[in-house]
Design a protein around this ligand. Structure first.
Ligand code: SF4
Length: 341
C-alpha cells in the first residue's frame, strides 16, 4: 500500500529531499531511499509500507524495553519491513533488511491506523509501540496511528535508533509519549562500519527529543570486543548523565546473530561492569537486559534505595510495582521519574 510521504520537500534541482531521517536522501524519479521503503513516484516520495504491518505482537511494555512507562501494562507493537541502518547484529534483520535483500519488494499484512488502534483497545493495551524495524522510515504511518491513538486515550512509544531529524521530532512530540533510543556505541567508526550510519545525529536526536519533553530511555547492546571497553561505556553513561541523570539506561546482552555469528555472547561480568560504571557516573536508573538477573533488572528508589519495582524471570513475565500511582516511593515518598499513569 502506498501513501504520500509528506515529510519531504521538492528541491529546485527537481530531486525530492526526504526529511524523515539524518540520511537526508535526495531522490530522483524512480529512486528509493536508503531505507528501501520510500520512493519517488510522479514527483513525490511515496511510503510503500503505509498500512502494511510486517510484525504485530502484544507485549509487556517491559520488553521494549521501557521500565519507567506504565509498568505491567500491555503494548500493541507494530513494525514494517525496511530500515535506514544496516546493523550487522540486527535481531530483526528478516524484516528490517527485507526490501534490500528482495529487490525492493515490500511485504506485510494490511493494517490501517484505525485498525491498529481498535485492536490495541480490544486487547487491553495501554499503548502502541512502533518497533521491530526503525519507525522513522514509516513516519507517516506512525504519525497517523499515534494521533488516532491519543484521541482514544492510548499512549505511543517509538523504539528507535535515534536518526530522526529535528523536524520529525517536532512533529512527533505531541503524540509520542515515550522513546527507547539506542546508543549503540560512542565511536563514529562503529556506526559507520557496523551500522551504515553516523553517531552524531543520534546524540543530537537524544538531546532534542528530551528537550521536547518526550520520556526517554536508552538502550546499549554490549558486543564483546566492539563497544565494551570501560572508556566507551563511560562515555555513553556520561553523555546520558549530562542530559539527565534520571534517564533509564538499559545495558543489554548480545547474542550471536545475522552477520555477527562469530562474536561470543556478552558475559554477565561485562554487564555488571557497565552497570557499575553507569552508577558511578551518577545515573539513577541502570538496568541489565537479555539476561535473567533480578537484582540488576529491578528498580530501586534513588533516595532510600529500597526495591520498588521487582522484575524477574523472562522479561515482563513477573513484574510487581510497589510505586504509588504518581510514581511515589511507598517507603520515603520520593517521586521516581517516569510515565506512571
Ligand atoms: S527515511 Fe529513508 S528515504 Fe528518508 S532520509 Fe531516511 S533513509 Fe532516506
Amino acid at each position: 500500500m502506498s501513501h504520500t510521504a509528506w515529510l519531504s520537500k521538492k528541491l529546485d534541482s527537481g530531486k525530492v529531499l526526504c526529511q524523515a531521517c539524518a540520511h537526508a536522501c535526495k531522490l530522483e524519479e524512480g529512486e528509493y531511499g536508503i531505507c528501501g521503503v520510500r520512493k519517488v513516484e510522479n514527483g513525490a516520495i511515496q511510503l510503500l509500507v503505509y498500512g502494511l504491518a510486517a510484525a504485530v505482537n502484544i507485549d509487556p511494555v517491559e520488553k521494549k524495553p521501557m521500565f519507567h512507562f506504565l509498568p505491567q501494562s500491555r503494548v500493541f507493537s507494530v513494525g514494517t519491513v525496511g530500515c535506514n541502518f544496516t546493523c550487522k547484529f540486527c535481531q530483526n534483520y528478516e524484516i528490517s533488511q527485507y526490501p534490500k535483500e528482495h529487490a525492493h519488494k515490500v511485504v506485510g499484512r494490511e493494517l490501517l491506523p484505525e485498525q491498529i488502534v481498535e485492536l490495541a483497545i480490544e486487547n487491553g493495551c495501554k499503548s502502541i509501540a512502533y518497533t521491530y524495524n526503525e519507525p522513522i522510515v514509516f513516519f507517516e504511518y506512525t504519525y497517523d496511528t499515534a494521533k488516532l491513538a491519543h484521541e482514544k486515550g492510548l499512549k505511543n512509544i517509538y523504539v528507535t535508533s535515534g536518526y530522526e531529524t529535528k523536524k520529525a521530532i517536532d512533529l512527533l512530540a505531541p503524540y509520542i509519549d515515550g522513546m527507547n533510543i539506542d546508543i549503540k556505541s560512542f565511536r563514529e567508526e562503529f556506526y559507520r562500519d557496523i551500522c551504515g550510519s553516523r553517531l552524531k545525529p543520534v546524540l543530537e536526536a537524544v538531546k532534542y527529543a528530551h528537550e521536547k519533553g518526550i520520556w526517554i530511555e536508552i538502550t546499549t547492546l554490549l558486543i564483546p570486543g566492539k563497544n565494551d571497553s570501560d572508556e566507551e561505556i563511560r562515555n555513553i553513561a556520561k553523555f546520558i548523565a549530562d542530559i539527565d541523570k534520571a534517564i533509564p539506561w538499559h545495558i543489554s546482552a548480545f547474542h550471536p546473530t545475522y552477520k555477527m555469528l562469530d562474536v561470543a555472547r556478552t558475559p554477565n561480568a561485562t554487564l555488571r561492569r557497565a552497570y557499575k560504571i553507569g552508577q558511578d557516573v551518577g545515573l539513577k536508573y541502570v538496568y541489565v537486559g537479555n539476561v535473567d538477573d533480578e537484582d540488576y533488572e529491578s528498580s530501586y528508589c534513588p533516595k532510600c534505595h529500597q526495591r520498588v519495582i521487582d522484575r524477574r524471570g523472562h522479561i515482563g513475565q513477573y513484574v510487581v510495582n510497589a510505586l504509588k500511582e504518581d510514581g511515589k516511593c511507598p517507603h520515603c515518598g520520593y517521586t521516581l521519574e517516569g510515565v506512571w499513569s
